[in-house]
Design a protein around this ligand. Structure first.
Ligand SMILES: [Zn+2]
Length: 315
């Protein structure tokens, strides 16, 4: 039914459908536009916003898009396919494949409601193929309101010391969510071109932001920048600053040393361990394939009597 190699490149054998396959395929579903889910295929099943991001991130890719609205069915051989929101970033989607059995592939998922992505839906299925990035019980994220107040305090304290707060986050998804949260907390935000370009696509799909300034204009209270060497080097000469990285890995006590920043706040666009368990409870599948670098979540499902198989991931 499901085949995969060590990368892993997932393929639903019955209909030869790739699931976020990196390897080129005749046809693949692309759940969202983070690079580790993108490939160049003959045909891609994709949401509208994800295709906008795809065209920027996969310049030169020749894939013919089958653009689906959420819940609108499409048929491949004798199977009925439809996509529904994953809550991870704008346009992120899960796919349900209905034949003799109902199969769901989640891609990356977030249970808690963000300010910039469509709220997640969970459907009942027989076979669940799920991403479990934080599939270890040590990953329990603070509540959304706790996280917002942690971020607010962090920024206010930094400004009170006459330092520049610099928030690092992944350029697509995390950065736009961070900007929306910072603006809701009353801060003025300055950012760079790539984040801004993606932000304009968010706006095109109806996500509202207050104006942001660019780095060559007057700076607001906070800089929001991609987490990369280029931008680390850019901020290096700023004498009075505090660098804050937003990532679920912030739960790890050594995260700030690992990422070489002043603080890592566990702001995630993924489920934590308990939220993954909640997801499975609601979907109530007969079998779960778990994509994770950790075996713990898969083992927990087995302890609960749910047949589960780990598909190991590197990250
Ligand atoms: Zn992702």
């Amino acid at each position: 039914m499901l085949t995969f190699d060590e990368k892993p490149n997932l393929v639903l054998a019955g209909i030869n459908l790739g699931l976020d396959s990196r390897k080129p395929r005749e046809i693949s579903f692309i759940s969202h536009a983070h690079t580790d889910h993108l490939g160049d295929h003959k045909q891609i099943i994709i949401s509208k916003p994800t295709y906008d991001f795809y065209q920027i991130r996969m310049k030169g890719a020749k894939a013919a898009p089958i653009i689906l609205d959420y819940y609108k069915p499409w048929h491949l051989n004798n199977y009925r396919l439809s996509i529904f929101p994953a809550g991870h970033i704008l346009g992120s989607a899960q796919i349900v494949i209905e034949g003799e059995e109902t199969i769901v592939y989640t891609g990356d998922i977030k249970m808690r409601r963000g300010l910039t992505s469509e709220p997640i839906e969970i459907v009942h299925c027989d076979i669940l193929i799920m991403e479990a990035t934080f599939g270890h019980p040590r990953y329990r994220f603070p509540s959304q309101s706790e996280l917002y107040s942690m971020l607010k305090t962090e920024i206010e304290n930094t400004l009170a010391e006459s330092k520049i707060p610099i928030v690092f986050g992944y350029s697509l998804g995390k950065a736009q969510e961070a900007i929306a949260v910072l603006q809701a907390l009353g801060f003025k935000v300055t950012t760079e071109d790539k984040i801004n370009k993606y932000l304009e696509i968010y706006q095109k799909y109806g996500v509202a932001f207050k104006p942001v300034t660019n780095l060559d204009q007057e700076w607001g209270d906070v800089l929001v920048l991609p987490m990369s060497d280029k931008w680390r080097n850019f901020v290096a000469p700023i004498p009075k600053k505090r660098t804050i990285f937003l990532s679920g890995w912030g739960v790890d006590p050594n995260a700030k040393y690992q990422f070489q920043v002043d603080n890592v706040l566990p702001f995630s666009d993924h489920c934590d361990f308990n939220e993954l368990l909640q997801y499975v409870e609601i979907a109530n599948p007969k079998k779960v394939y778990v994509l994770s670098k950790f075996p713990e979540f898969c083992n927990r499902l087995k302890q609960k009597g749910i047949p589960a198989q780990l598909i190991p991931r590197n990250s």
